[in-house]
Write a protein that binds this ligand. Structure first.
Ligand code: HPA
Length: 269
């Protein structure tokens, strides 16, 4: 294991009472979803030796450990993005840290732009697959056999059973039930309309600047994955021009709904 990973895990283990079983990464504007944790142990990334620090507005940059619906969980309030200038290895260090702490399941959430015509702002899309071909792989470099195999299979990154559970929950909550393919770009610029048309042709349903790299790193470690995108805008050229503030506002509007979905999901896994 890399030195950073070992030292991060050791630091966290000294500070928490119970090891988490489920990790949840909260996307832009969704940080509030961690408020269901009673008396959480909060560990800011900046306190953890060797850890990258999130620099984006709307991302707090801390782990919250505690119990949600009776299960030991860890929330990441704020993630690290490749566009901040970190290497992919650094970007996925928090995911690997949660893996080393013992999570069996990772729930990935993000704010995304809708590419498929029926995906409108306010919808929640279950991620059934992703396209990561436009970003460097977090697995490039010497393989750490302690984490996973050199050539991991990516046929079913997003757990089929979890997709079924999420569909059932969206139905119960009388929300539109839809799933799709998420495409990750490096960002930080939003796409051009021509790029969105290309992504459409390639089979992408939604686009964003996170998640796929984290899913690859977690899948490499054998962690089961569930993914949810809050559709915050129509992708470039399909609607109005894009602003980070509008996207954050829409994401925050969906935060309460996402919290409810997360709780119902955690109870069932
Ligand atoms: N493109 C990229 N990232 C995003 C978008 C988008 O349209 N919306 C939210 N995050």
């Amino acid at each position: 294991m890399t030195e950073n990973l070992t030292s991060a895990c050791e630091y966290i283990e000294r500070n928490i009472e119970e090891k988490p079983e489920i990790g949840i990464i909260l996307g832009s504007g969704l940080g509030h979803a961690a408020s269901g944790l009673a008396q959480p142990v909060i560990i800011p990334y900046r306190e953890i030796p060797g850890f990258p620090v999130s620099t984006v507005h709307g991302h707090a940059g801390q782990f919250l450990f505690g119990r949600l619906c009776g299960k030991p969980v860890v929330f990441m309030q704020g993630r690290i993005h490749y566009y901040e200038g970190y290497s992919m290895e650094q970007v996925v260090l928090p995911v690997r840290t949660m893996g080393c702490l013992g999570i069996h399941t990772l729930i990935l959430t993000n704010a995304a732009g809708g590419i498929r015509e029926d995906l409108q702002p306010g919808d929640i899309m279950i991620i059934k697959d992703h396209i990561s071909s436009f970003i460097p792989s977090p697995l490039v470099g010497k393989n750490d056999d302690a984490l996973g195999t050199r050539f991991p299979d990516m046929t079913q990154v997003y757990d089929k059973e979890y997709i079924g559970i999420l569909e059932a929950i969206l139905t119960e909550l009388k929300l539109k039930v839809t799933s799709g393919v998420y495409l990750q770009t490096t960002g930080p610029a939003y796409e051009t309309p021509a790029e969105i048309r290309m992504f459409q042709t390639l089979g992408a349903d939604a686009v964003g600047m996170s998640t796929a790299c984290e899913a690859i790193a977690a899948s490499h470690m054998g962690i089961r994955i569930a993914g949810l995108s809050t559709i915050c805008n129509q992708a470039a050229g399909l609607g109005e021009s894009l602003s980070h503030q509008d996207i954050l506002d829409m994401s925050q509007k969906l935060s309460a709904c996402m919290t409810e979905i997360l709780k119902r999901f955690i109870v069932r896994i």
